[in-house]
Every structure is written in C-alpha cells, then in structure tokens.
Ligand binder design. Structure first.
Ligand SMILES: [Zn+2]
Length: 59
C-alpha cells in the first residue's frame, strides 16, 4: 500500500515527500517542514490503495 507521495506546500510551494500512516484517512493538520505553516491535508484512497491527497492552507 502506498504510504508516501510528493505534495506541494500551498504556502511556500516547496515540493515535499509526505508520509501518510496506512490507516489514516480523512483530514489532518500538519506543519510544512520548510516554512512551518499549517497544512490541512485531505486523504483518500481508491480501491487499489493508491493515495489521493489534497493539501490546502489551514489557519
Ligand atoms: Zn511550506
């Protein structure tokens, strides 16, 4: 099952590898490793376990 993918920070536009716990789905908040501003991360998986992640600004 896929657990990492590359996302782009909605604040500083750096591209970062995001690790997602295999049992995580839905929404969580994390800080950007580069600019430390908060992301709201929406996680979904398709039937084959492929991650679909949407990152938006939080706060
Ligand atoms: Zn950032």
């Amino acid at each position: 099952m896929q657990t990492t993918l590359t996302v782009q920070c909605p604040w500083c536009f750096e591209r970062l590898e995001l690790w997602v716990d295999p049992y995580t789905a839905g929404e969580f908040v994390r800080d950007c490793d580069v600019c430390c501003r908060p992301w709201r991360v929406f996680v979904a998986r398709d039937a084959s376990g492929r991650l679909q992640v949407n990152v938006q600004r939080s706060g």
